[in-house]
Each structure stands twice: as C-alpha cells, then as structure tokens.
Ligand binder design. Structure first.
Ligand code: CS2
Length: 482
C-alpha cells in the first residue's frame, strides 16, 4: 500500500483536506520543542491554516528532546501526517503539512542549535509537559536542571532549559533578531514560568550578556491551549488508511474542539494566527487559563485516578457511569468553581456543560492512565487553587478530598501504580503505605503538593477518611456516599 508523502498527495480522495500550498516551498519560521501528539493536533494545525492562507514563512521544525521515534516515523512522509477529527458521530481526515522538519535533539544537537539561532525563526514554541520546565519544590530549578547548568561549556546540552538556553545564547552571539517563546503546556502563567526558569538557568551559568538579551529581545507571552489529543492507537492507523487510502505511520486523533488563546506580546514578527479557527490573540489570558486548568484539567485528573481505581480505562467510559458524572458536576459547581473570580461563574457553568459533552465523546479513547502521569506536577496546579479558595471562604471540600484520596490510592496500590509514571513522587510513595489516616497525613505534609496548607490536620483527616472509604467500599460506593 502507498505511503503518505508529498508525491502521493494527489492520490487522496477529494473528501480529504490537504495542504492548500506546496509543502516544499515552505520556509521554517517556528522551532517547536517536544513534538508530540498534542502539538500535532493543536499548534501545527493553526500554522497549517496560516500556510494555507499564503504565508509561506511559518513552517515548523519539530524537535524531539529524547526519542527519535517521531522523526523516524515521519521522515519517509516528509513530515506529513493525518489528523483524524473524531466527532461523536463521524470522523474526518485532514493532511497537515506544516511540520517541515523533524529533528532528534540528542543526535542532531548542532542542527537544533543552528535553527534556534536562525534569523528566519521568529517563534520557539514548547509542549514539554509540566515536568519539562524542570521546577524544583521552591519554584526554581530542580536538581537535574541545576546539574545541567553547571555542566562544562562544551558538554552537549540535555533537558529543555539547557537546550533552549544554548540555542538562545548562540542566537545572541550571532546577533540574531528578537524572538517569541510560546509555552503551550498546562501551567498557570506558562510563559512567565518559562522565562523565569530560563533566566535562572542563565544566571547559574553566570551568563550576563544572555540575561540582558533575554530581557531586551525575547518575550514569552502566556498561552492557554485546549484540545484533547489521546495517544495514537492501531485503530487510528487503520482509520487513517481507510479514509485517505494511504499508509501513515503516526496519525493523530483529536476532537473537533480547539482553542488557543495567546497574550499578544510578540517580540519578533507577529504571525496572523487569529485567522485560524479557535485562535485568539488577547491582552490577558489569565481568565481563560484559570478556567481551563481549574475546570477541564482539574476534572481530568480526578477522573483519571477515580477511573483507574474503578477499572474504567478511558474518560468517555468513566463519565458514562452516572455516579461519576454526577460527582464531577458537583465537583465543578461546589468546589472547583471557587478558584475562579465570581465574574467568571456564569461562563464556567456553560463551559462545564460543554466539557461533559467533550468528555463523553465516544470517538476518543483518552486513557485514564495517560492523564494519571505526573500527578505530583499536575495536582498542585489543578486542585490546589480551589482548595485554597474554599478554605479561605470557610467552605468544606469533601469532593476534592476524595480526588486526593483517589490519587493516593493509585500511588499505594502496586497494580494501579504501574500503569502510570511520576518521577516526582516515586521516592515518596513508599512512605504512603500503611493505615489510610497515616498515609493521608504523610501526603498532606508535602509543601510541594499543598503549599501553605501543607500539614493541615483537618485536610489530612478528610483525605484519610475518603481514602479509607474508597479502599473499603470501592469507587462507586465511595462516590455514592456523597
Ligand atoms: C490532560 C490534558 O493529560 C492530561 O493531563 O488533562 O492533556 C488535556 O487533555 C488537555 O489539556 C486538553 O486541552
């Protein structure tokens, strides 16, 4: 069977949307670090729209920071891939052509650094997950990043910050033009976090010239990104082949919904991204970001741990159970909403109604085990603001306690813990075995997880009670108890 490639685009059936431009004529204007499914389902599609509007200088060079699997899969396809938009009733295929190069940083470091310094590159975007920002408990560099900042100048950089720093230091030395960094990960104030980490890294290296250049010539606007993009399955490969008639080694499945809100502070050229459906350039992304992290992602993490514990493998399967759906609706309305300013509450009600439909999309197999990864990075961003707000207002938080209990249960139960990874918590989890109340107290003692509420006795008790109930009666009974 024929492989998807530039030469075989002409074989596509008329129903399949394909690049409305000549991919070979595209220039690279964006370097993207962490080129996984989310990037390919989200930002790469917006750049594809821009290329389709005749702006041929916004092609993407995608960089994998660790594995070369994507570069190997997409090279024979010259970077083309199939986007499967899965609605509840039907699936639509589109060929995306914006990914003009795929590089593997560890084996092509010189090329990656050259690209970061290339004057034609105007934007460097990132999807490196919460862990990729290498934050330690104090919000600065973690140990790994500190070690990388102290590595000899001629050692090849590794880790997001070291690679980005090395590329930007070279850009400055070569007199390169200003640059915009677009963090597209689910962190609050993601651009600010990125800039803070980069500056701290440069400081640790004692590189004053790069520090000044970062201040004067680089912007890192905050962004809010939203599109559900599960890991690719064999069923996705089969559907891509059936719909396009071509073999694609690594298609991406996603939902019809997409949203990308960007603070309008570009340091270099400003791409006309707003022509792409779902993209907005705004003065301030804070409201959008709080709503998305505090309602969508917060619910996702709760569904992930309760779902894993109950044996529900996907979000759609989990939300199909009325006790869970009902519990999630209450979690939103009674606890999570309080992390938002009152002015956003009416919008939150509409947003969560839409979320229920998105979560229930039977076309998407979004695994609870996938979302369960890296809870130590995710839960403080997703659950803690609501807990703090409820505490400040004297509101009880039994549902959030159950969410934390479900996470703790998944960490303590070996058969569940093997289904996801979390380097930030692996060492601690062993101390969380034993009676539920002791384990909950040990969890709550962590300032990295609970901030100023760390060690709070009432919180420890609440989570301990929820954990005991969950472990004695199971998830369904535990939810019903609310
Ligand atoms: C999910 C997100 O894996 C996770 O933690 O909550 O990837 C989520 O699907 C996206 O943020 C949706 O925009």
């Amino acid at each position: 069977m024929t492989r998807l490639a530039i030469d075989t685009l002409a074989m596509l059936p008329a129903t399949v949307r394909r690049p409305a431009y000549t991919p070979a004529g595209v220039r690279v204007g964006i370097v993207h670090l962490g080129v996984g499914n989310f990037h390919r389902a989200h930002q790469a599609v917006a750049w594809d729209d821009l290329l389709g509007a005749g702006q041929a200088h916004w092609g993407v060079a995608g960089v994998s920071l660790r594995s070369d699997t994507l570069a190997r899969a997409l090279s024979p396809q010259q970077g083309l891939y199939t986007l499967l938009e899965r609605g509840p009733q039907r699936v639509q295929a589109r060929i995306v052509g914006s990914l003009r190069q795929c590089l593997h940083a560890p084996s092509q470091m010189a090329d990656v650094l050259r690209l970061l310094a290339d004057p034609q590159v105007q934007v460097v975007s990132l999807t490196v997950t919460e862990n990729g920002y290498q934050r330690g408990a104090n919000g600065d560099l973690n140990e790994q990043a500190l070690a990388q900042a102290q590595a000899p100048a001629d050692a090849p950089p590794s880790g997001t910050l070291a690679v980005l720093y090395a590329g930007l230091a070279l850009r400055r030395q070569l007199g390169g033009p200003p640059l915009t960094l677009l963090s597209c990960d689910n962190l609050s104030g993601n651009g600010q976090v990125l800039m803070h980490q980069l500056r701290t890294f440069a400081e640790r290296r004692g590189d004053q010239p790069t520090l000044s250049w970062l201040r004067d010539s680089v912007s890192a606007p905050d962004t809010m990104v939203d599109r559900i993009a599960p890991a690719t399955t064999d069923a996705d490969r089969a559907d891509a082949r059936a719909l396009t008639g071509l073999v694609d080694a690594w298609p991406v499945a996603t939902e019809p919904f997409t949203q990308w809100v960007i603070a309008d502070r570009f340091a270099g050229q400003r791409p006309a991204l707003a022509i792409s459906p779902g993209v907005r350039l705004v003065a301030d992304v804070t409201g959008y970001e709080r709503m998305k992290l505090g309602l969508l992602n917060a619910a996702h993490s709760a569904i992930a741990y309760l779902g894993l514990a109950a044996g529900w493998t996907s979000v759609a399967e989990a939300i199909g159970h009325p006790p869970l759906q009902c519990w999630i609706e209450r979690l939103w309305a009674e606890e999570l909403v309080h992390a938002l300013p009152a002015s956003l509450h009416p919008e939150a009600a509409t947003y969560t109604r839409e979320l229920l439909v998105r979560f229930a999309n039977p076309g998407l197999r979004h695994l609870t085990a996938q979302i369960a990864n890296d809870g130590s990075q995710k839960t403080p961003l997703r659950w803690l603001p609501a807990l703090q707000a409820c505490r400040a207002a004297g509101r009880p938080t039994p549902l959030l306690s159950t969410a934390w209990a479900a996470w703790l249960h998944c960490l303590r139960e070996p058969a569940l813990a093997v289904q996801f990874t979390d380097p930030g918590v692996a060492a601690l989890a062993a101390g969380w075995r034993g009676p539920a109340d002791t384990a909950a107290r040990a969890l709550v003692a962590q300032p990295a997880l609970f901030g100023s509420l760390a060690g709070d006795p009432a919180l420890g008790e609440g989570i301990g009670r929820a954990l005991a109930r969950l472990e004695a009666d199971g998830v369904v009974a535990g939810l019903a108890a609310h």
